[in-house]
Design a protein around this ligand. Structure first.
Ligand SMILES: [Ca+2]
Length: 195
């Protein structure tokens, strides 16, 4: 009898264990499904983000092509001239709003290309803003991002002192640079880097 009782006990224990296992397997299944759904959602989000980035970069490329077609292209940048006269800061802000900066020729070839393009595109005035200034440290000319320049094309050593902190390219001296009061109203050329 005692032997029979033990067997029944064992049988019940096995039944209970089996049910518990079945339930936990069910739960596990649900969890797996949920995590798979989450994964799917995650994948979709990654794909949408990727597409969004591609659309944006296509838009940028298209805008850049328009700029290059309207302006001129040299190596990996395009220049686009603006007839409207602005202060140095306003001119640079306008270039930034268009996705570029004021033009910064980095070598003689770029400077010559910029000079020729300026001559062809800007009527009347023979000078325009470059993205070059010494506003922060007198005599230390940097680009519009504050990075020190390695190429200069001064007509003569800039001598405007603290009054003149922004650089102009002048046609009068075949594309040489001069320092000017930043609040002067001048035409300008923006540059756009091609990625
Ligand atoms: Ca200065």
């Amino acid at each position: 009898m005692a032997h029979g009782g033990l067997l029944i006990c064992l049988f019940i224990t096995i039944l209970v264990l089996d049910q518990t296992n079945a339930q936990s397997a069910k739960l596990k299944g649900k969890k797996e499904r949920r995590s798979k759904e989450k994964e799917k959602d995650g994948d979709l989000k990654v794909q949408i983000d990727k597409l969004w980035r591609e659309v944006n970069s296509l838009k940028e490329m298209q805008a850049l092509q328009t700029v290059c077609l309207r302006g001129t292209k040299i190596h990996k940048k395009c220049y686009l001239a603006f007839e409207e006269t602005k202060h140095f800061h306003e001119a640079n802000e306008d270039c930034i709003a268009k996705g570029g900066t004021l033009a910064i020729p980095r070598d003689t070839e770029e400077n010559n290309a910029l000079r020729d393009y300026g001559k062809k595109s800007l009527h009347g005035s023979g000078e325009f803003w470059l993205g070059v200034n010494d506003m922060v440290n007198e005599g230390k000319f940097v680009d519009v991002n504050g990075v020190a320049l390695t190429y200069f094309n001064w007509e003569r050593s800039p001598n405007g002192g603290k009054r003149k902190n922004c650089a102009l390219l002048t046609q009068a001296s075949q594309g040489k640079w001069i320092d000017e009061v930043c609040r002067s109203l001048k035409k300008y050329v923006c540059e756009f880097i091609i990625p």
